[in-house]
Design a protein around this ligand. Structure first.
Ligand SMILES: NCC(=O)CCC(=O)O
Ligand SMILES: [Mg+2]
Length: 353
């Protein structure tokens, strides 16, 4: 008997008889709403869940002591001095958020053409890694590898005659990764989009005996308008000259994302990332289905700002929009999400039990 939509086709033609208990009842065998009739029923058929294990919390660092500075374009997000970052690491631990990510606001006096502060073993990021790991060795710490927080021109790489130099930049990125890993960072996350950097960093780490340091590659990172508030937060918005389209991806492409991801996996990436998040969920799904690798998405600053600003204006329910947006990443196949909402979402999950 052929089955279509849960009812044998032969029976579809058979009248259900007269005198149903409910007047004007439609002749429907299948009623999808039955599974949504109550909270317990909805819970029972739910396909995806968000847990605190899915969250990576990005923190912004600033020089100083006992300092917390609001980021104007990211309501609720602050730049933190190292001691305060340690307190937030403690909060992450208590909320069972597995991993935090660190991004520095570099003092303008320390920025130069080459981004040399990136390879200073005592830079703000390395200080924070050491301080956090000393107090909380059991929380994962992820460090970004790229030169943009450190260069006077705001680009992720070295420039000559207006061009971003690939291979010369990669050599500097390896040194940046090494100072971070030597400070105790668990996951090195190259976000620069230079070709060949994952292989070079892996080789550098291995040669230094840092065999267990993981690499989460920002494998498919798009040249996006949604990074605006992040550039405010790290202080590169004003200094950035031109745009990043010669190294970050064109938002029109998704086959290209698969080629980028494939290369990074071949070069030794342990985990891959798609960035931004919500506008690129199709890419997350393709990457997960194609490679079956641990796949992460970055819900970037502009995505955070849109929800936070609309909520601040009373235009939408901020908490619900936050949870819905985070769950969307799970539905798309992501294993986890980097999100500025991480602590708030974790608190909400905890309150829900
Ligand atoms: N490399 C990290 C980022 O560029 C973050 C972008 C954002 O949150 O907008
Ligand atoms: Mg690449």
């Amino acid at each position: 008997m052929a089955i279509k939509y849960g009812r044998p086709i032969e029976l579809r033609e058979v009248a259900r008889g007269t005198g149903t208990a409910v007047p004007h009842a439609l002749d429907l065998t299948v009623r999808p709403r039955r599974n949504r009739k109550a909270e317990w029923a909805r819970r029972m058929v739910r396909e995806n869940v968000l847990t605190t294990d899915d969250l990576i919390w990005p923190l912004f660092l600033i020089d100083g002591d006992n300092k917390r500075e609001p980021v104007a374009s990211m309501p609720g997000v602050e730049r933190l001095s190292v001691d305060q970052a340690v307190r937030e690491a403690e909060r992450a631990m208590k909320l069972t958020i597995p991993c935090i990510a660190l991004f520095p606001y570099t003092d303008p006096s320390l920025r130069d053409e080459e981004g040399s502060e990136a390879t200073n073993p005592n830079n703000l990021v390395c200080q924070a890694v050491r301080a956090i790991k000393k107090e909380f060795p059991d929380i994962g710490v992820l460090c970004d590898v790229a030169l943009d927080p450190f260069t006077s021109h705001g680009h992720d790489g070295l420039i000559s005659d207006g061009k971003i130099l690939n291979d010369e930049t990669v050599a500097v990125l390896v040194r940046q990764a090494l100072v971070q890993a030597e400070a105790g960072c668990d996951i090195i996350a190259p976000s620069d989009m230079m070709d060949g950097r994952v292989a070079a960093i892996r080789e550098g780490l291995d040669r230094a005996g840092l065999l267990d340091v993981q690499i989460m590659a920002y494998a498919a990172k798009y040249a996006s308008a949604f990074y605006g508030p992040f550039r405010d937060a790290i202080g590169s918005a004003k200094t950035l000259t031109g745009d990043k389209r010669t190294y970050q991806m064109d938002s029109a492409n998704s086959d290209e994302a698969l080629r980028e991801v494939e290369l990074d996996i071949a070069e030794g990436a342990d985990m891959v990332m798609v960035k931004p998040g919500l506008p690129y969920l199709d890419v997350v799904r393709r990457v997960k289905d194609t490679f079956a690798m641990p796949t992460f998405a970055y819900q970037v600053s502009g995505e955070y700002a849109m929800i936070a600003a609309a909520a601040g204006n009373g235009w939408l329910d901020g908490d619900r929009a936050m949870m819905e947006s985070l769950l969307a990443f799970k539905r798309a196949g992501a294993d986890g999400v980097l999100s500025y909402f991480a602590p708030k979402a974790a608190e909400k999950l905890r309150a829900q039990g």
